[in-house]
Ligand binder design. Structure first.
Ligand code: ATP
Length: 306
């Protein structure tokens, strides 16, 4: 029996290792939401980013043909400006971010960066030009330094630390017993949602992409964490073409344009104050969210008094 159980243990060990490796790969694909159906066109050239203007021109898109998600969406993110996409759950906000990365091809219309149709350029160059701070960052089972440096593998230790400081996670890392060598991910230290998001911000600071996409967390962070993260995000997005996918509304107040998506079309667009004054869909969403936040605050205060 001894003879048998040793190899069995070993097989168990190998099995777990393989499973972890598979999980890593799956998570990576999840993170990119990759469907490997989009390929480079023959003779595709690298994207040439001049100032990073993003244009959606009459974009039509469906994941499956009998259920259209975007039915003619047009907007522009001028170079260095911030546009926020808001709208009810399921309206197609995250879909827009996937389309800009060209994880799927659209059925009609065009998506351009500085005038170049993203179907005509190499996917590698397209993805290199866009920095993404996703809703939920998947960490690699490696050190926290590795996870930050992933944004630019050639970055020096000083640059990694600088990016961490800008993302307001430097102090947190300094307090860990192993500092930047601390193992994180599934097998290491588990980071909170806000900490993971800061790692993603630090990565993006290192990558310094001309175009930035922020997919705001759906799950609420506590107010002070949210404000700190917002401050780091403002810092990264300054002077960069930024598309914010806003699942909550707190981050859109300062956007140069807010686009309200509903039933696959743009229902309203404008700046925060204009949209509030228009007393339409955006204003209604805003009121509802404010009521929800107030209710939460009241509840929290009541709990504290108990
Ligand atoms: P939320 O605010 O809830 O995150 P959203 O506006 O970001 O919503 P999307 O994630 O863009 O919404 O989804 C838009 C619609 O597309 C949804 O109805 C969703 O079910 C559908 N959808 C999303 N991803 C896929 C997919 N991979 N295959 C098929 N349908 C999908």
């Amino acid at each position: 029996l001894m003879q048998l159980s040793v190899p069995l243990n070993f097989i168990g060990f190998i099995y777990r290792e393989i499973r972890q490796a598979m999980t890593d790969i799956e998570q990576m694909f999840d993170l990119l939401d990759v469907k490997e159906e989009v390929t480079d066109r023959e003779g595709a050239q690298p994207l040439l980013v001049a100032d990073g203007k993003v244009t959606f021109e009459d974009v039509h898109f469906a994941y499956d043909s009998n259920r259209p998600i975007l039915k003619g969406v047009s907007f522009e993110v001028p170079a260095g400006k911030t546009v926020a996409i808001v709208g009810p759950s399921g309206a197609g906000k995250s879909t827009i971010s996937r389309l800009l990365f060209r994880f799927y091809d659209i059925q009609e219309g065009a998506i351009r960066i500085d005038g170049q149709d993203i179907r005509d350029v190499t996917q590698e160059s397209l993805r290199a030009a866009i920095g993404m701070v996703p809703q939920d960052t998947v960490l690699f089972n490696d050190t926290i330094a590795y996870n930050i440096r992933y944004g630019r593998p050639s970055a020096s230790e000083e640059e990694v630390a600088q990016a961490a400081d800008l993302a307001q996670i430097g102090d947190f890392i300094a307090r860990l017993p192993d500092g930047y060598k601390t193992m994180v991910g599934e097998r290491g230290l588990k980071l909170s949602g806000g900490e993971k998001q800061r790692v993603a911000i630090a990565r993006t600071i290192l990558k310094a992409p001309p175009i930035l996409m922020l997919d705001e967390a759906t799950s609420a962070l506590d107010t002070s964490t949210e404000q700190e993260i917002q401050a780091s995000l403002d810092l990264v997005s300054r002077g960069r073409t930024t598309l914010v996918i806003a699942h909550r509304l707190s981050t859109v107040i300062s956007a140069d344009e807010i686009i309200v998506l509903q039933d696959g079309r743009i229902a309203e667009r404008g700046r925060h104050s204009d949209l509030l004054a228009a007393r339409g869909l955006y204003a209604a969403m805003w009121d509802r969210q404010r009521e929800a936040t107030e209710a939460e605050e009241t509840l929290r205060r009541a709990q504290q008094e108990d």
